[in-house]
Ligand binder design. Structure first.
Ligand SMILES: Cc1ncc(C[n+]2csc(CCOP(=O)(O)OP(=O)(O)O)c2C)c(N)n1
Length: 377
Protein backbone atom coordinates (compact mmCIF):
# COMPACT_ATOMS: atom_id res chain seq x y z
CA UNK A 1 0.00 0.00 0.00
CA UNK A 2 1.30 3.49 -0.83
CA UNK A 3 0.84 6.30 1.63
CA UNK A 4 -0.25 9.71 0.44
CA UNK A 5 2.39 11.87 2.11
CA UNK A 6 0.26 14.99 2.08
CA UNK A 7 -2.94 13.67 3.58
CA UNK A 8 -1.38 10.89 5.61
CA UNK A 9 -4.04 8.54 4.35
CA UNK A 10 -3.74 5.51 2.07
CA UNK A 11 -3.60 6.67 -1.55
CA UNK A 12 -6.45 5.09 -3.45
CA UNK A 13 -6.95 4.45 -7.13
CA UNK A 14 -9.31 7.45 -7.19
CA UNK A 15 -6.32 9.79 -7.05
CA UNK A 16 -3.44 7.63 -8.26
CA UNK A 17 -4.09 7.32 -12.01
CA UNK A 18 -4.45 7.80 -14.96
CA UNK A 19 -2.84 10.74 -16.78
CA UNK A 20 -5.60 13.15 -17.75
CA UNK A 21 -5.97 14.56 -21.26
CA UNK A 22 -3.64 17.54 -21.41
CA UNK A 23 -2.86 19.96 -24.24
CA UNK A 24 -0.98 22.61 -22.28
CA UNK A 25 1.44 21.67 -19.52
CA UNK A 26 1.71 23.62 -16.26
CA UNK A 27 4.91 25.13 -17.69
CA UNK A 28 2.96 26.44 -20.66
CA UNK A 29 4.18 23.99 -23.29
CA UNK A 30 1.76 22.84 -25.97
CA UNK A 31 1.39 19.07 -26.27
CA UNK A 32 -0.69 17.05 -28.71
CA UNK A 33 -3.22 14.35 -27.95
CA UNK A 34 -4.27 11.97 -30.74
CA UNK A 35 -7.97 12.05 -29.78
CA UNK A 36 -8.19 15.77 -29.22
CA UNK A 37 -6.61 17.83 -32.00
CA UNK A 38 -7.18 21.52 -31.33
CA UNK A 39 -6.43 24.46 -33.53
CA UNK A 40 -6.55 27.87 -31.93
CA UNK A 41 -5.56 31.21 -33.39
CA UNK A 42 -3.58 33.71 -31.34
CA UNK A 43 -6.80 35.72 -31.01
CA UNK A 44 -8.62 32.66 -29.64
CA UNK A 45 -5.94 32.11 -27.01
CA UNK A 46 -5.83 35.75 -25.98
CA UNK A 47 -9.62 35.66 -25.64
CA UNK A 48 -9.44 32.60 -23.40
CA UNK A 49 -6.79 34.33 -21.29
CA UNK A 50 -9.03 37.39 -20.94
CA UNK A 51 -11.96 35.19 -19.86
CA UNK A 52 -9.80 33.49 -17.23
CA UNK A 53 -8.43 36.70 -15.77
CA UNK A 54 -11.77 38.51 -15.68
CA UNK A 55 -13.51 35.53 -14.11
CA UNK A 56 -10.88 35.32 -11.38
CA UNK A 57 -11.18 39.06 -10.74
CA UNK A 58 -14.98 38.90 -10.45
CA UNK A 59 -14.60 36.04 -8.00
CA UNK A 60 -12.04 37.94 -5.93
CA UNK A 61 -14.32 40.97 -5.77
CA UNK A 62 -17.23 38.82 -4.61
CA UNK A 63 -15.11 37.28 -1.83
CA UNK A 64 -14.07 40.79 -0.70
CA UNK A 65 -17.69 41.99 -0.76
CA UNK A 66 -18.67 39.04 1.40
CA UNK A 67 -15.89 39.79 3.90
CA UNK A 68 -17.19 43.34 4.08
CA UNK A 69 -20.72 42.16 4.86
CA UNK A 70 -22.21 43.00 1.46
CA UNK A 71 -22.95 39.40 0.41
CA UNK A 72 -24.32 36.70 2.69
CA UNK A 73 -22.09 34.04 1.19
CA UNK A 74 -19.92 33.29 -1.84
CA UNK A 75 -18.73 30.01 -3.35
CA UNK A 76 -15.36 30.85 -4.88
CA UNK A 77 -14.24 29.26 -8.15
CA UNK A 78 -10.57 30.01 -7.49
CA UNK A 79 -8.46 27.35 -9.21
CA UNK A 80 -11.33 26.08 -11.36
CA UNK A 81 -11.29 28.85 -13.98
CA UNK A 82 -9.90 26.68 -16.79
CA UNK A 83 -12.44 23.90 -16.28
CA UNK A 84 -15.25 26.43 -16.50
CA UNK A 85 -13.98 28.69 -19.28
CA UNK A 86 -12.75 25.78 -21.40
CA UNK A 87 -16.04 23.91 -21.17
CA UNK A 88 -18.13 27.09 -21.31
CA UNK A 89 -16.49 28.25 -24.54
CA UNK A 90 -17.15 24.82 -26.10
CA UNK A 91 -20.90 25.46 -26.04
CA UNK A 92 -23.19 26.89 -28.72
CA UNK A 93 -26.29 29.05 -28.32
CA UNK A 94 -28.45 25.94 -28.69
CA UNK A 95 -26.95 24.18 -25.68
CA UNK A 96 -28.41 24.36 -22.19
CA UNK A 97 -26.32 24.53 -19.03
CA UNK A 98 -27.43 23.23 -15.64
CA UNK A 99 -24.98 24.65 -13.07
CA UNK A 100 -24.43 24.22 -9.34
CA UNK A 101 -23.60 27.34 -7.28
CA UNK A 102 -19.94 27.73 -8.28
CA UNK A 103 -20.12 28.08 -12.07
CA UNK A 104 -19.37 31.80 -12.29
CA UNK A 105 -16.97 31.21 -15.18
CA UNK A 106 -19.57 29.32 -17.19
CA UNK A 107 -22.08 32.09 -16.38
CA UNK A 108 -19.57 34.57 -17.83
CA UNK A 109 -19.36 32.51 -21.04
CA UNK A 110 -23.18 32.53 -21.26
CA UNK A 111 -23.32 36.34 -20.95
CA UNK A 112 -25.03 36.31 -17.58
CA UNK A 113 -24.40 39.65 -15.89
CA UNK A 114 -22.18 38.92 -12.84
CA UNK A 115 -24.32 41.37 -10.89
CA UNK A 116 -27.13 38.83 -11.10
CA UNK A 117 -24.89 36.27 -9.40
CA UNK A 118 -24.12 38.77 -6.67
CA UNK A 119 -27.82 39.54 -6.18
CA UNK A 120 -28.44 35.89 -5.43
CA UNK A 121 -25.64 35.71 -2.86
CA UNK A 122 -26.66 39.09 -1.40
CA UNK A 123 -30.09 37.59 -0.87
CA UNK A 124 -31.97 40.29 -2.76
CA UNK A 125 -33.19 38.12 -5.66
CA UNK A 126 -33.23 34.54 -6.92
CA UNK A 127 -30.63 35.25 -9.59
CA UNK A 128 -32.98 37.01 -11.92
CA UNK A 129 -31.56 36.01 -15.30
CA UNK A 130 -33.68 34.34 -17.93
CA UNK A 131 -32.43 30.73 -18.27
CA UNK A 132 -33.89 30.37 -21.76
CA UNK A 133 -32.28 33.58 -23.04
CA UNK A 134 -28.81 32.61 -21.79
CA UNK A 135 -29.02 28.82 -22.12
CA UNK A 136 -28.00 28.82 -18.47
CA UNK A 137 -30.32 27.53 -15.78
CA UNK A 138 -30.55 29.12 -12.35
CA UNK A 139 -27.97 28.09 -9.75
CA UNK A 140 -28.80 24.91 -7.83
CA UNK A 141 -27.79 24.36 -4.21
CA UNK A 142 -29.42 20.97 -3.68
CA UNK A 143 -26.40 18.87 -4.54
CA UNK A 144 -26.75 16.85 -7.72
CA UNK A 145 -30.44 17.60 -8.35
CA UNK A 146 -29.63 19.59 -11.48
CA UNK A 147 -28.28 16.44 -13.15
CA UNK A 148 -31.83 15.08 -13.19
CA UNK A 149 -33.23 18.36 -14.49
CA UNK A 150 -30.56 18.33 -17.19
CA UNK A 151 -31.28 14.73 -18.16
CA UNK A 152 -35.00 15.46 -18.43
CA UNK A 153 -34.23 18.51 -20.55
CA UNK A 154 -31.93 16.42 -22.77
CA UNK A 155 -34.63 13.81 -23.23
CA UNK A 156 -36.90 16.68 -24.29
CA UNK A 157 -34.39 17.76 -26.94
CA UNK A 158 -34.34 14.17 -28.16
CA UNK A 159 -38.12 14.11 -28.41
CA UNK A 160 -38.11 17.37 -30.38
CA UNK A 161 -36.42 15.32 -33.10
CA UNK A 162 -33.70 17.90 -33.79
CA UNK A 163 -30.61 15.81 -33.01
CA UNK A 164 -28.16 15.79 -35.89
CA UNK A 165 -29.54 19.01 -37.36
CA UNK A 166 -27.56 22.28 -37.32
CA UNK A 167 -29.93 23.72 -34.71
CA UNK A 168 -29.49 20.80 -32.33
CA UNK A 169 -28.32 21.58 -28.83
CA UNK A 170 -27.35 19.33 -25.97
CA UNK A 171 -27.53 19.65 -22.20
CA UNK A 172 -24.51 19.94 -19.94
CA UNK A 173 -24.75 19.41 -16.19
CA UNK A 174 -22.05 20.69 -13.84
CA UNK A 175 -21.46 19.08 -10.47
CA UNK A 176 -18.67 18.27 -8.02
CA UNK A 177 -16.87 15.15 -6.88
CA UNK A 178 -19.01 15.01 -3.74
CA UNK A 179 -22.17 15.08 -5.84
CA UNK A 180 -21.21 11.81 -7.52
CA UNK A 181 -22.23 10.07 -4.28
CA UNK A 182 -25.75 11.49 -4.49
CA UNK A 183 -28.63 9.24 -5.51
CA UNK A 184 -29.89 11.93 -7.92
CA UNK A 185 -26.65 11.85 -9.91
CA UNK A 186 -26.69 8.08 -10.18
CA UNK A 187 -30.33 8.12 -11.28
CA UNK A 188 -29.49 10.75 -13.88
CA UNK A 189 -26.69 8.52 -15.19
CA UNK A 190 -29.11 5.59 -15.55
CA UNK A 191 -31.78 7.61 -17.37
CA UNK A 192 -29.28 9.35 -19.63
CA UNK A 193 -27.70 6.04 -20.52
CA UNK A 194 -30.75 3.92 -21.24
CA UNK A 195 -32.41 6.71 -23.23
CA UNK A 196 -29.15 7.67 -24.94
CA UNK A 197 -29.90 11.27 -24.01
CA UNK A 198 -27.91 14.19 -25.47
CA UNK A 199 -26.15 15.24 -22.29
CA UNK A 200 -22.63 15.80 -21.03
CA UNK A 201 -22.00 15.30 -17.33
CA UNK A 202 -19.21 17.71 -16.42
CA UNK A 203 -17.77 16.79 -13.03
CA UNK A 204 -15.32 19.29 -11.60
CA UNK A 205 -13.33 17.04 -9.34
CA UNK A 206 -11.84 19.74 -7.11
CA UNK A 207 -10.73 17.06 -4.61
CA UNK A 208 -12.96 18.24 -1.77
CA UNK A 209 -16.66 18.21 -0.88
CA UNK A 210 -16.48 20.82 1.88
CA UNK A 211 -14.19 18.89 4.30
CA UNK A 212 -14.66 15.43 2.75
CA UNK A 213 -11.73 14.35 0.56
CA UNK A 214 -12.09 12.52 -2.72
CA UNK A 215 -11.10 9.23 -1.06
CA UNK A 216 -14.44 9.29 0.74
CA UNK A 217 -16.38 9.43 -2.55
CA UNK A 218 -14.81 6.73 -4.68
CA UNK A 219 -12.32 3.87 -4.78
CA UNK A 220 -11.87 4.31 -8.53
CA UNK A 221 -11.25 7.41 -10.69
CA UNK A 222 -14.59 9.16 -11.07
CA UNK A 223 -14.58 9.11 -14.87
CA UNK A 224 -14.52 5.30 -14.73
CA UNK A 225 -17.92 5.29 -13.06
CA UNK A 226 -19.43 6.00 -16.49
CA UNK A 227 -18.50 2.56 -17.74
CA UNK A 228 -20.78 0.92 -15.20
CA UNK A 229 -23.70 2.92 -16.55
CA UNK A 230 -22.83 2.17 -20.15
CA UNK A 231 -21.44 5.39 -21.55
CA UNK A 232 -17.93 6.77 -22.04
CA UNK A 233 -15.98 8.74 -19.49
CA UNK A 234 -12.78 10.74 -19.76
CA UNK A 235 -10.47 12.49 -17.32
CA UNK A 236 -9.15 15.86 -18.44
CA UNK A 237 -6.63 18.18 -16.83
CA UNK A 238 -9.12 20.62 -15.32
CA UNK A 239 -6.47 23.33 -15.02
CA UNK A 240 -5.78 23.21 -18.76
CA UNK A 241 -8.21 25.47 -20.59
CA UNK A 242 -7.22 24.07 -24.03
CA UNK A 243 -7.86 20.48 -22.99
CA UNK A 244 -11.17 21.33 -21.30
CA UNK A 245 -12.26 23.14 -24.47
CA UNK A 246 -11.29 20.27 -26.78
CA UNK A 247 -12.74 17.49 -24.65
CA UNK A 248 -16.03 19.29 -23.99
CA UNK A 249 -16.37 20.33 -27.64
CA UNK A 250 -16.05 16.72 -28.77
CA UNK A 251 -18.43 15.38 -26.13
CA UNK A 252 -21.08 18.02 -26.86
CA UNK A 253 -20.83 17.40 -30.59
CA UNK A 254 -21.31 13.68 -29.99
CA UNK A 255 -24.38 14.41 -27.85
CA UNK A 256 -25.85 16.80 -30.44
CA UNK A 257 -25.49 14.19 -33.17
CA UNK A 258 -27.31 11.50 -31.20
CA UNK A 259 -24.32 9.57 -29.86
CA UNK A 260 -25.53 9.79 -26.28
CA UNK A 261 -24.10 10.89 -22.95
CA UNK A 262 -20.57 11.27 -21.73
CA UNK A 263 -18.94 11.88 -18.36
CA UNK A 264 -16.06 14.35 -18.22
CA UNK A 265 -14.04 14.40 -15.04
CA UNK A 266 -12.13 17.68 -14.92
CA UNK A 267 -9.33 16.99 -12.48
CA UNK A 268 -8.73 20.25 -10.65
CA UNK A 269 -8.45 21.78 -7.20
CA UNK A 270 -10.54 24.12 -5.08
CA UNK A 271 -7.86 26.65 -4.09
CA UNK A 272 -10.06 28.55 -1.69
CA UNK A 273 -12.55 27.69 1.01
CA UNK A 274 -15.69 25.73 0.12
CA UNK A 275 -17.63 28.96 0.70
CA UNK A 276 -16.82 32.08 2.65
CA UNK A 277 -18.23 30.41 5.80
CA UNK A 278 -15.70 27.57 5.61
CA UNK A 279 -12.16 27.37 7.02
CA UNK A 280 -10.12 24.78 5.08
CA UNK A 281 -7.13 25.07 7.45
CA UNK A 282 -9.12 22.85 9.82
CA UNK A 283 -9.08 19.85 7.52
CA UNK A 284 -6.35 20.08 4.87
CA UNK A 285 -2.64 20.74 4.73
CA UNK A 286 -1.15 23.92 3.30
CA UNK A 287 1.37 21.81 1.34
CA UNK A 288 -1.45 20.41 -0.76
CA UNK A 289 -2.61 23.89 -1.78
CA UNK A 290 0.98 24.90 -2.47
CA UNK A 291 1.50 21.96 -4.84
CA UNK A 292 -1.60 22.93 -6.83
CA UNK A 293 -0.45 26.55 -7.10
CA UNK A 294 2.22 25.25 -9.48
CA UNK A 295 -0.55 24.06 -11.79
CA UNK A 296 -2.31 27.42 -11.93
CA UNK A 297 -4.69 27.59 -14.91
CA UNK A 298 -3.93 31.21 -15.78
CA UNK A 299 -0.16 31.19 -15.43
CA UNK A 300 0.26 28.41 -17.97
CA UNK A 301 -1.67 30.31 -20.65
CA UNK A 302 0.32 33.44 -19.87
CA UNK A 303 3.56 31.46 -20.19
CA UNK A 304 2.41 30.04 -23.53
CA UNK A 305 1.44 33.47 -24.87
CA UNK A 306 4.68 35.04 -23.69
CA UNK A 307 6.96 32.29 -24.91
CA UNK A 308 5.34 32.25 -28.35
CA UNK A 309 5.41 36.06 -28.63
CA UNK A 310 1.64 35.98 -29.00
CA UNK A 311 1.06 38.76 -26.50
CA UNK A 312 3.07 41.64 -25.11
CA UNK A 313 3.08 43.56 -21.85
CA UNK A 314 0.52 46.03 -23.21
CA UNK A 315 -1.93 43.17 -23.78
CA UNK A 316 -1.49 41.75 -20.28
CA UNK A 317 -1.79 45.22 -18.70
CA UNK A 318 -4.88 45.91 -20.78
CA UNK A 319 -6.62 42.74 -19.59
CA UNK A 320 -5.67 43.57 -16.00
CA UNK A 321 -7.12 47.07 -16.32
CA UNK A 322 -10.30 45.77 -17.93
CA UNK A 323 -10.73 43.20 -15.15
CA UNK A 324 -10.24 45.89 -12.51
CA UNK A 325 -12.81 48.14 -14.18
CA UNK A 326 -15.35 45.30 -14.35
CA UNK A 327 -14.77 44.58 -10.65
CA UNK A 328 -15.18 48.27 -9.75
CA UNK A 329 -18.49 48.42 -11.66
CA UNK A 330 -19.61 45.26 -9.98
CA UNK A 331 -18.85 46.66 -6.53
CA UNK A 332 -20.75 49.86 -7.34
CA UNK A 333 -23.70 47.88 -8.71
CA UNK A 334 -23.74 45.58 -5.71
CA UNK A 335 -23.82 48.41 -3.17
CA UNK A 336 -26.61 50.09 -5.11
CA UNK A 337 -28.85 47.02 -5.18
CA UNK A 338 -32.03 47.88 -3.28
CA UNK A 339 -33.29 45.64 -0.51
CA UNK A 340 -36.38 43.85 -1.76
CA UNK A 341 -39.83 44.17 -0.23
CA UNK A 342 -39.96 41.16 2.13
CA UNK A 343 -43.25 39.96 0.62
CA UNK A 344 -41.75 39.88 -2.88
CA UNK A 345 -40.16 36.53 -2.06
CA UNK A 346 -43.53 34.96 -2.79
CA UNK A 347 -43.43 36.23 -6.37
CA UNK A 348 -42.06 34.18 -9.26
CA UNK A 349 -42.31 30.90 -7.33
CA UNK A 350 -45.21 29.22 -9.15
CA UNK A 351 -46.67 30.14 -12.53
CA UNK A 352 -50.16 29.93 -10.94
CA UNK A 353 -50.68 30.78 -7.32
CA UNK A 354 -50.52 27.89 -4.88
CA UNK A 355 -53.04 27.94 -1.97
CA UNK A 356 -50.44 26.94 0.62
CA UNK A 357 -48.16 29.73 -0.51
CA UNK A 358 -51.00 32.26 -0.36
CA UNK A 359 -51.64 31.17 3.23
CA UNK A 360 -47.96 31.52 4.12
CA UNK A 361 -47.83 34.91 2.44
CA UNK A 362 -50.80 36.13 4.49
CA UNK A 363 -49.22 34.85 7.70
CA UNK A 364 -45.97 36.60 6.88
CA UNK A 365 -47.81 39.84 5.98
CA UNK A 366 -49.57 39.73 9.36
CA UNK A 367 -46.23 39.13 11.09
CA UNK A 368 -44.68 42.14 9.35
CA UNK A 369 -47.73 44.28 10.20
CA UNK A 370 -47.36 43.37 13.88
CA UNK A 371 -44.16 45.45 14.02
CA UNK A 372 -46.07 48.49 12.73
CA UNK A 373 -48.63 48.00 15.51
CA UNK A 374 -45.86 47.74 18.11
CA UNK A 375 -44.35 51.03 16.97
CA UNK A 376 -47.77 52.71 17.00
CA UNK A 377 -48.71 51.61 20.54
C1 LIG B 1 -28.71 17.29 -1.15
C2 LIG B 1 -27.71 18.11 -0.39
N1 LIG B 1 -27.01 17.55 0.61
C3 LIG B 1 -26.09 18.28 1.29
C4 LIG B 1 -25.90 19.60 0.98
C5 LIG B 1 -24.85 20.41 1.75
N2 LIG B 1 -23.70 20.65 0.88
C6 LIG B 1 -23.53 21.82 0.27
S1 LIG B 1 -22.16 21.85 -0.68
C7 LIG B 1 -21.77 20.26 -0.28
C8 LIG B 1 -20.53 19.60 -0.84
C9 LIG B 1 -20.55 19.49 -2.32
O1 LIG B 1 -19.30 19.05 -2.77
P1 LIG B 1 -19.00 18.80 -4.30
O2 LIG B 1 -20.15 18.09 -4.94
O3 LIG B 1 -17.67 18.14 -4.40
O4 LIG B 1 -18.97 20.24 -4.95
P2 LIG B 1 -18.02 21.50 -4.64
O5 LIG B 1 -18.74 22.33 -3.60
O6 LIG B 1 -16.71 21.00 -4.16
O7 LIG B 1 -17.92 22.26 -5.91
C10 LIG B 1 -22.71 19.73 0.60
C11 LIG B 1 -22.65 18.39 1.17
C12 LIG B 1 -26.67 20.15 -0.06
N3 LIG B 1 -26.52 21.43 -0.43
N4 LIG B 1 -27.56 19.38 -0.74
Amino acid sequence: MTIDSVRGAPATAATAEPEPVQLLTPEGERVEHPDYPLELTADDIRALYRDLVITRRIDLEAVALTRQGELGLWASLLGQEAAQIGSGRALTDHDMVFPTYREHGVAWCRDVNPLNLLGLFRGVNHGGWDPAEHGFHLYTVVIGSQTLHATGYAMGIQRDGVLGSPSAGAAIAYFGDGATSQGDVNEAFVFASVFNAPIVFFCQNNQWAISEPLEKQSRIPLYKRAQGYGFPGVRVDGNDVFACLAVTRKAMEAARTGQGPMLIEAYTYRMGAHTTTDDPTRYRMKAEEESWKLKDPIERVKAYLTRGDLADAAFFDGVEDEAKAIAADLRKGCLAMPDPEPLSMFEHVYADRHPLMTEEQEQFAAYLASFEEEVAS
